[in-house]
Write a protein that binds this ligand. Structure first.
Ligand code: ADP
Ligand code: GLC
Length: 478
């Protein structure tokens, strides 16, 4: 099975969130299962330098539009990588999608239309002497690829991964004629979405198979509350819509051998946790203490419910807790967190920015991991926290509902705590329930041990993807 995995990010080359982790972990696991999987991503600054060798640049002459690809391997894996080397579009200082200040690049429609176009051409065998049986695109940035393959008898099957429906790749309708897309697709049945062009529809309408990152989210996105206006289309395509829960890369996220930790451990261990807790306290600026530390790591956007944590803050602090936050994103949420740290010095510690080492430390050095997301397609942070023996406190939506079992609802199988509602008071109540168990060290260690023992490796999910590829290749276009 030959698979082209097209993505806008892949750890460690480029990452802003979970898609980067999935691109690495899933392709690596697929390669280990014997799949000939290649990854296509833009050549952002610094990405080529991290590839494993041999690294070479290939210039492909296409009528009117040469394509340059940098070829290598994903670090530490057998996964072949092609970086689309188009410096005017991708060699920019800043993030994959915008400036360092967080403003979207004004030509994102061009940048990712181009990525989709090259993904289609590569997968169809137009560029190199390799062609794919399956093109697996991910999120709106590669969603136009099936449009470019439409009507070709020799095309590969197309699978589209929905990691977050909130990002639909919406651009002004005036852009449409300039994108080289078929004029007849400018309609609500095609790529139009209330007068705008929605890149994601390129795949929601035209991909053979749709797959999202948890079974619950696959159901939720067929409803108005989670569908962002696309619920009707997704419901219409429900026979081709699957949910496969993400795995985690158990080498990168292994508390027994994690170079970022002050102390490693492979079973619940209060002494290691105390050392890691001290490291977190130093890094984010918390006073020494022996109350529980509540950790948060994530993109600071509405989705993640940081505002609920802030609403619950007085009650959490009254319970003797300290809070450690790491994140970056919307300016208003960054400012609100900074203000909380100023209001409660030594009790609330905040680091604004992207810091991989600190993310690992917070997973290991907190007593509870807070993740009150309003919606969560899968979520990886709760899986990391389970594996690190830090029970997560979550709102049971999407992948959080599929991976976190409430301890009070299931005393023998529970691994975390559910909020009863999306509100600060409900978060405080869930934390208070958790702290009752936390006081009892041996009961707590049993909860930690259950989380740590959970099977989160990519192997099972990669097998499910392989099955999906087979199914799609067989039923292509039907
Ligand atoms: P999402 O993809 O919606 O951001 P996930 O939980 O699936 O949520 O994945 C988030 C990933 O990004 C995790 O690997 C998390 O550790 C990482 N991450 C998010 N924000 C930061 C940050 N500020 N610093 C370091 N890592 C971060
Ligand atoms: C998205 C989602 C997150 C998911 C990740 C990887 O960014 O918000 O829930 O885990 O993609 O699939």
């Amino acid at each position: 099975m030959r698979v082209l995995f097209a993505t806008a990010e892949a750890w460690p080359l480029a990452k802003t969130g979970g898609l980067g982790d999935v691109a690495f972990g899933l392709t690596r696991a697929l390669a280990e299962l014997g799949c000939d999987v290649r990854l296509l991503m833009p050549a952002y600054p610094g990405a080529a330098e991290q590839l494993d060798g041999p690294v070479r640049r290939r210039q492909v002459q296409r009528p009117g539009e040469p394509v340059a690809l940098i070829e290598g391997r994903l670090p530490g894996t057998a996964v072949g990588v092609w970086l689309l080397d188009d410096p005017p579009l991708f060699a920019r200082v800043g993030g994959p999608y915008g400036t360092a200040r967080g403003d979207a690049w004004p030509d994102n429609h061009w940048r990712f239309c181009r990525l989709s176009q090259v993904a289609a051409a590569l997968a169809a065998g137009d560029l190199l002497d390799w062609r794919a049986d399956v093109l697996h695109g991910n999120d709106w940035q590669t969603a136009l690829a099936p449009v470019f393959l439409r009507g070709r008898a020799d095309r590969p099957a197309t699978v589209f991964g929905i990691h977050n429906l909130a990002y639909r790749g919406l651009f002004p309708g005036e852009f449409y004629p300039r994108l080289g897309l078929p004029p007849e697709l400018w309609s609500p049945e095609g790529l139009e979405f209330f007068g705008q062009v929605a890149f994601i529809k390129g795949s929601l309408v035209f991909a053979d198979t749709l797959v999202t990152v948890s079974p619950t989210y696959a159901r939720e996105i067929q409803t108005p509350a989670f569908g962002w206006g696309l619920e009707g289309l997704l419901h219409h395509r429900r026979d081709r819509l699957y949910g496969i829960v993400n795995g985690i890369d158990t080498d990168t996220w292994n508390p027994g051998r994690d170079p970022h930790l002050a102390a490693c451990y492979d079973r619940p261990d209060d002494r290691a946790r105390a050392a890691n807790r001290r490291a977190v306290a130093r890094a984010v600026g918390l006073d020494a203490g022996d109350g529980p530390v509540l950790g948060f790591v994530g993109r600071l956007v509405e989705q993640k419910g940081v505002d609920l944590i802030l609403a619950a803050l007085p009650r959490l602090l009254a319970n003797g807790a300290q809070l450690a936050f790491l994140g970056s994103g919307e300016h208003r949420l960054e400012a609100a967190l900074r203000a909380a740290a100023e209001q409660y010095p030594g009790q609330v510690g905040v680091v604004i920015g992207y810091d991989e080492a600190l993310a690992h430390q917070i997973e290991a050095g907190s007593d509870l991991f807070l993740m009150p997301s309003r919606f969560e397609p899968c979520g990886l942070n709760q899986l990391y926290s389970l594996r690190y023996g830090t029970p997560p406190v979550v709102y049971p939506t999407g992948g959080l509902a599929d991976t976190v079992v409430d301890v009070d609802a299931d005393p023998h199988g529970g691994n975390g705590f559910h909020l009863a509602a999306l509100a600060g008071a409900a978060l405080a109540a869930a934390v208070e329930r958790a702290l009752v168990h936390w006081q009892d060290r041996s009961a707590w260690q049993a909860i930690q041990a259950r989380g740590m023992a959970g099977a989160y490796s990519w192997t099972a999910s990669a097998q499910a993807y392989q099955e999906l590829y087979r199914l799609s290749a067989r039923g292509r276009g039907s």
